[in-house]
Design a protein around this ligand. Structure first.
Ligand code: NAD
Length: 255
């Protein structure tokens, strides 16, 4: 129980990795507030023990005023925010020629601006208390190029925002870290590949550990980075990718 009575705010909480984060933080005693465009899935809403500890609010992270209002309401009505997990994201089309201005702007608005809005809204209260943790869920796409260039550029922006945050606000007792997943089997990802179900098998072959990730693989890393066990870790990224970024290619067996 690493988060007993701590208020943990998670964006993009209604699906995939965010939904699992809600359950895992609640299971370790946190009072969780999920922010999302939509409500929780039936599965989450019905979660037995977690139910009492979990609240959902409809918030679009691209709306700076709505984010500021929501964070103030959480501080007032739920309690001091100890942990913010910026997890909401979308991924627009591949490539840089056919992509529209609107797609580019939307990508940036959700991933980079959305993270900034949430960070700016929680910082003053965290500074006032000399404590708080911000975990940004980024991607291996923010560390190297794997296609999805607009998404990649926005995620790389969040990577550097994390380092800036750590430097500037570390002296105020605030930690800022990133967790960068490789491919994770979530509903969002499955939707993208329904046209070609074999892609999961093919992708798994690129991963030295022989499979893509699960929401639990990522949640375990996020909870560790948010916990007191990571008290001297800031301004860095924990890559959770089954070994994908360890090298350019999988090694060819020689024996
Ligand atoms: P997902 O689409 O299942 O969940 C994302 C959630 O964010 C959704 O519930 C969606 O409604 C919400 N959201 C989108 N725009 C929003 C907005 N403007 N305001 C508030 N909420 C909004 O995605 P996922 O696969 O669980 O990914 C979670 C995080 O992990 C994302 O940051 C993603 O970039 C990252 N990630 C995922 C993978 C993967 O393969 N699934 C790989 C690397 C990184």
């Amino acid at each position: 129980m690493r988060f007993t009575d701590q208020v943990v705010v998670i964006t993009g909480a209604a699906s995939g990795i965010g939904a699992r984060l809600v359950e895992r933080f609640a299971a370790e005693g946190a009072r969780v507030v999920g922010l999302d465009l939509r409500g929780p899935t039936a599965e989450l809403a019905g979660g037995a023990d977690a139910a009492a500890a979990v609240v959902f609010r409809g918030v679009d992270v691209t709306d700076s005023a709505a984010v500021t209002k929501a964070m103030a309401a959480i501080e007032r009505e739920v309690g001091p925010i100890a942990v913010l997990v910026n997890n909401a994201a979308i991924a627009v089309a591949d490539g840089l020629i056919d992509i529209t201005d609107e797609q580019w702007a939307t990508e940036r608005a959700v991933v980079l601006d959305g993270t900034f809005h949430c960070v700016r809204a929680v910082l003053p209260a965290m500074i006032g208390r000399s404590g708080g943790v911000i975990v940004n869920v980024t991607s291996v796409n923010g560390l190297a190029a794997y296609g999805q260039e607009a998404y990649s550029a926005a995620k790389a922006g969040v990577e550097n925002l994390t380092r800036g945050l750590a430097l500037r606000y570390g002296p105020h007792g605030i930690r800022a870290v990133a967790v960068a997943p490789g491919t994770v089997d979530t509903p969002a990802w499955r939707q993208r590949v329904t046209a070609n179900p074999r892609v999961f098998d093919d992708l798994a072959a690129w991963y030295p550990l022989g499979r893509v990730g699960t929401p639990d693989d990522i949640a375990g890393a996020v909870l560790f980075m948010a916990s007191a066990d990571a008290a001297w870790i800031t301004g860095t990224t924990l890559v959770v990718d089954g070994g994908l970024t360890a090298g350019g290619f999988r090694m060819i067996p020689t024996a």
